[in-house]
Write a protein that binds this ligand. Structure first.
Ligand code: SAM
Ligand code: SF4
Length: 451
């Protein structure tokens, strides 16, 4: 590799989950400390970070096609006297396939895992000298300690509170790519939340692969779970909304459920994946819960907060799944009446137990099941939106809409709501929900609550 001058601009392309979006923001903050700024819209960056996801095959394949595109664009730029971008691969593909990336893609200068990106500046120094750099260590807490202060962002911010997973569902790579479960210390989280609010955040979404496994000690040395953390954050002036994702059914505790009925700033929304509705499949997935125990949990949330919007994740075509077992998944969707859901075709991940199980399902069958599941989910989502008509709620304005004079934001139930009235990003606007579509609602403005 040729030595190159220091990059002036960067672009982070994040794939996959919100935790990657958070990591991408933090990498940007590290680069900003070195005076490297985001590339202007439509311009090539001097440094491109592909912040990858390994959860499904397609996500990993996208990385290689992106590298190919960047190499071609770099050659063209060099032919015209410009520079080819430095390419860094971060995230879970970097963690799982670092060596393979280095071998398969000689144009990549940096491979950095999700727990090591605080060392990105040193790796950049190496890359500038023409050396290739790889770091896939897993010292998660050290990473957070080494990151700079939070910078100004939009009205809605992410805050990673927990990382990693010890559950080892048989289909999932997360325990291998993100490592064991760790909880960030209470005081660090409260300090980071305050900084986010000072920088303009009105809503904070607490993130973790199993966010409700978060545990810590509060400022008086008492053991607290996520509910306790949420109660403390709710006391921060200027913070109007708190959300959290993704939860695991087995990590729920009474205090978190109660918080939904007691903490006004905690939004009435819960993302609680079940993955499948059939107990034999759940067992083969090593989920350690049943369809019935999941439904009982949902009942407790509805008792604490009757209007709570529920969402979940589903996998269709897990090895050995019969049509009758798939029907149980459709049944649980009907029973819960989700407000929104994510659904995926099972993707065999190298190194996971399910990848070598008998009874792998054909691509056609998976397509068919996914389509039927998504129709059912869409039906309930639309019904949930329609049932919201007539409600009055606050919308946190996030961006302008498609047409002049339109604004878009989120309801407490995480629905997209648009309205036409003078407003600004970050406003909390009180609206009457007047019309519902499958994916959004129209609001009629009553008043702007805060600017
Ligand atoms: N920890 C959360 C839980 O247990 O529900 C989920 C985190 S995981 C990063 C996000 C979602 O990706 C999972 O809920 C699952 O539906 C999906 N997923 C994970 N591995 C998958 C695979 N091999 N094939 C298809 N979908 C997968
Ligand atoms: Fe993956 Fe299961 Fe852990 Fe969720 S709980 S991250 S699906 S292993």
């Amino acid at each position: 590799m040729k030595p190159t001058s220091a990059p002036q601009t960067y672009r982070v392309k994040s794939f996959g989950c919100q935790m990657n979006v958070y990591d991408g923001e933090r990498m940007g903050e590290l680069l900003a400390e070195r005076g490297i700024v985001p590339a202007p819209e439509g311009e090539e960056a001097d440094l491109v970070i592909l912040n990858t996801c390994h959860i499904r095959e397609k996500a990993a394949e996208k990385v290689y096609s992106d590298i190919g595109r960047l190499v071609a664009a770099g050659k063209e730029a060099e032919a015209q006297g410009g520079r080819a971008p430095l390419i860094a691969v971060a995230g879970c593909v970097a963690q799982a396939e670092g060596e393979e990336i280095m071998a398969r893609a000689p144009a990549v200068s940096i491979v950095v895992g999700p727990q090591a990106y605080h060392r990105l500046p040193e790796m950049l120094d190496k890359a500038q000298k023409g050396e290739r750099a790889t770091d896939t260590d897993m010292p998660a807490i050290a990473k957070f300690d080494a990151l700079p202060q939070r910078k100004k962002r939009g009205p809605s911010a992410f805050l990673t509170v927990q990382e990693g997973c010890d559950k080892f569902c048989t289909y999932c790579v997360v325990p291998y790519t993100r490592g064991a479960e760790i909880s960030r210390p209470f005081s660090h989280l409260v300090a980071e939340a305050r900084k986010l609010v000072e920088a303009g955040a009105k809503e904070i979404t607490l993130l973790g692969q199993n966010v409700n496994a978060w545990a810590g000690e509060d400022d008086k040395g008492r053991s607290v779970g996520l509910g306790g953390l949420i109660r403390t954050l709710a006391a921060i002036d200027g913070l109007e909304r708190i959300r959290y994702t993704t939860s695991h059914p087995n990590d729920m505790d009474d205090d978190l459920i109660a918080a939904h009925g007691e903490v006004a700033k905690l939004m009435p929304y819960l993302h609680l994946p079940v993955q499948a509705g059939n107990d034999r499949i759940l067992k083969a997935m090593n989920r350690q819960h049943t369809a019935e125990s999941y439904l009982k949990l949902i009942e407790r949330f509805r008792a604490a907060r009757p209007d709570i919007a529920l969402s979940g994740d589903f996998i269709v075509g897990f090895p050995g799944e019969t049509e009758a077992e798939f029907q149980d998944t459709l049944s649980i969707v009907d029973e819960v009446r989700y407000a929104a859901c994510f659904s995926f075709k099972y993707s065999p991940r190298p190194g996971t137990p399910a990848a070598t199980m008998d009874g792998q399902i054909s691509a056609e069958e998976m397509d068919d099941r996914l389509q039927r599941l998504q129709q059912r989910i869409a039906h309930h989502q639309y019904a949930f939106n329609q049932a919201s008509i007539g409600k009055t709620c606050q919308v946190l304005v996030e961006r302008t809409g498609r047409h002049p004079g339109q604004w878009l934001g989120k309801s407490p139930w995480l629905q997209s709501v648009w309205f036409e009235a003078p407003a600004a990003i970050g406003d909390l606007v009180e609206v009457d929900l007047a019309e519902a579509g499958p994916n959004s609602l129209k609001g009629l403005v009553r008043q702007t609550v805060s600017v």
